[in-house]
Design a protein around this ligand. Structure first.
Ligand code: FAD
Length: 596
């Protein structure tokens, strides 16, 4: 059975105890965000996601979306759920009050996003893409466009899309062919075909606001000649009411492995009227505002599915009776012991749990830095927060989605054959999670972004807000009575990351193929070391609470146990990753293409 209860206790732990309430309430506009205010929001989000969205997850997977004559019907219950979701104010949570939003920080929003993705990944894409489009319009569009489009998008009456991909161009957007021809009134006529457009057409909103990448006449070739346009499904009258249908049509939807309730649309733009967003030929810059928001959000998709998969696996492991505990029979009254007694099942569950809680802590850290970059009055602090967010965006996107899929696969394993068949719903998690490793730039491309753009940027400046606090923490805690024993092995993992960074910087300068060959292992190493640091800090908080005396001893003991598991059983993967990185490109590049 798919099981999901929002992990509210752990969410409160990362928000208030690990990242720290004060680091949020000290930011302008967040002064009132004490636990008394944020906890009821998280509790309400838990209710909405568990009661409204989770029950539609299997229905969405079974029915999928239906395309008929240019119209897309979402599965039974989706439209009503979206209306309730919108009426509850969940589409406007983190948007600026200037545009009708509630102005909550990302530190809270990312936790709510995790719940939505865990409950129903397909559903999450509709408000998720609208949020990304909101950011691109807010930062790059003219005041007039903002006035027309942002309020109904924030209110959830209109949704947004991101139209990049064309049949011949996915990763390499420099190849794109969609054209934009300027008109005398300042608008543009857009013509071209896009594929794989999430939420390109559906029945849950009154209007759809497409953000479309296209080329102006005589634009330079490659990515330097791409501009961004806002193209609504329905043109908007000056009074804000909807006018004529624009030439932006869905010509079909894809039939796919997972997220079947998310409409993945083929779009045809035929002299569709659009408006420039940002400067001509600088469309990639504007689109990156949306893509960076989306990359972090996609990372959280992986975390959400990974958590739901973990919970489903735990509930089955406690129920399923097979074999007897090697440590002595645990339930003599039953025909067999539940499988949770077996070390291999416990290894699997601990691995999933250690990844999930670590990934949640990483997402929370990045969210807090996003809020700092957005709101701090200290320019130096803002800069370091921006650097950190830029550095961690590819890590969050790729690590959290890889882990989401690995966890979904482990959940299937815990269910055995009953996981592989459809009845229990865990194979849906596996199918749904797979896409997050592909869209918003494949995980291989995220790794290239980390080594190619982020690692060496400004002489390594982006690395500092990560490396410095970690090094200081190791120094300050290596002899700590409570966590010192975990710090020593962690320092080895951190050392491996330092060595790998130096190695790639050196060999990559001479030969970029060497850096590219090391990229995926480097990103995983980076992720493991980042999570290890957060596990040490979590252990420190937990140990202090236990030492001081608490009525939540079981929770903090579990934190300590999981921290130890991560440091002893997952962090050691740092050594083979470093070995792979140092081995270099030779063995993978040696064979002729024809030999494959
Ligand atoms: C369900 C779904 C929803 C989607 N939603 C949207 C959406 O809303 N909007 C949108 O615009 N697009 C969307 N996409 C498209 C998605 O972003 C692309 O599929 C993705 O970016 C990869 O492009 P591609 O499929 O053309 O693969 P390709 O670019 O052809 O890549 C194929 C493989 O080659 C690798 N590769 C390519 N170039 C390099 C390189 N330089 N170095 C190393 N490896 C490389 C890739 O990592 C990948 O493994 C969606 C796709 C799907 C399936």
């Amino acid at each position: 059975m798919q099981t999901y209860q929002a992990p509210l206790r752990d969410m409160r732990f990362v928000l208030h105890e690990l990242i720290g309430t004060e680091s949020l309430t000290s930011l302008p506009g967040c002064e009132e965000l004490t636990p008394e205010l944020t906890d009821p929001i998280l509790e309400e989000a838990a209710k909405v996601t568990q009661e409204l969205l989770a029950p539609l997850n299997v229905i969405g997977d079974t029915e999928g979306c239906v395309y008929e004559n240019g119209v897309v019907r979402t599965p039974t219950g989706f439209k009503a759920a979206y209306q309730a979701f919108r009426d509850g104010g969940w589409t406007s949570l983190a948007q600026s009050p200037e545009w009708g939003g509630q102005g909550l920080p990302e530190s809270v929003n990312k936790l709510v996003e995790e719940m939505i993705c865990a409950a129903n990944l397909s559903f999450s894409l509709y408000p998720g893409l609208t949020q990304g489009a909101y950011h691109a319009i807010r930062h790059h569009a003219t005041e007039e466009l903002k006035q027309i489009y942002l309020p109904p998008m924030v209110a959830g009456q209109w949704s947004g899309t991101m139209n990049l991909t064309e049949p011949h161009c996915g990763t390499d957007l420099g190849l794109l062919r969609t054209k934009a021809v300027p008109q005398a009134d300042g608008s543009y006529l857009i013509t071209g075909n896009k594929i794989f457009i999430s939420a390109g057409e559906h029945d849950m909103v009154d209007n759809i606001v497409h953000l479309v990448l296209a080329r102006l006449p005589d634009a330079p070739s490659g990515v330097k000649g791409i501009s961004l346009f806002l193209v609504p499904k329905y043109l908007v009258n000056p009074d804000g009411s909807l006018g004529a249908r624009n030439g932006a049509n869905c010509t079909g939807i894809e039939h796919k492995l997972g997220i079947k309730a998310s409409a993945t649309c083929q779009m045809s733009f035929d002299d569709a009227r659009g408006w420039l967003v940002g400067e001509p030929n600088k469309g990639m810059r504007a689109m990156f505002t949306m893509m960076n928001t989306e990359r972090l959000a996609v990372g959280v998709q992986g975390l959400g599915v990974g958590e739901a998969a973990y919970q489903s696996a735990v509930s089955y492991a406690k129920e399923r009776l097979q074999g007897r505990s090697l440590g002595g029979v645990k339930h003599p009254d039953r025909a067999a012991d539940p499988i949770i007694v077996h070390p291999d099942i416990r290894r699997t569950l601990m691995t999933m749990r250690a990844w999930n809680e670590g990934c949640r802590a990483l997402a929370a850290w990045v969210a807090r830095e996003m809020d700092t970059a957005d709101r701090s009055t200290d320019p130096e602090r803002r800069q370091s927060a921006e650097d950190f967010t830029a550095l961690m965006t590819p890590v969050v996107k790729a690590l959290l989605t890889d882990i989401g899929f690995e966890n979904a696969s482990q959940a299937v394993q815990v269910y055995g054959g009953h996981g592989y068949i459809r009845d229990h719903g865990v194979e849906q998690y596996l199918r749904d999670a797979r896409i997050a490793m592909i869209y918003e730039g494949t995980n291989g491309i995220q790794a290239l972004d980390l080594v190619g753009r982020k690692m060496g940027a400004h002489m390594g400046r982006f690395l500092r807000p990560f490396f410095h606090p970690v090094a200081e923490f190791i120094e300050a805690n290596k002899d700590d009575a409570q966590i010192g024993a975990l710090v020593a092995p962690y320092a080895k993992g951190f050392g491996a990351l330092q060595l790998a960074t130096g190695h790639i910087a050196q060999v990559g300068l001479k030969d970029p193929e060497e850096a590219a060959a090391a990229a995926t292992e480097y990103l995983r190493l980076f992720g493991i070391v980042a999570l290890g640091y957060l596990w040490l800090r979590s252990a420190k908080v937990a140990a202090a609470k236990l030492a001081a005396g608490t009525d939540e001893a079981a929770f903090y003991q579990a934190k300590l146990s999981t921290a130890r598991f991560f440091i002893e059983r997952i962090l050691p993967q740092a050594a083979p990753l470093l070995a792979g990185i140092k081995a270099g490109k030779a063995s993978m590049m040696a064979m002729e293409d024809a030999a494959f």
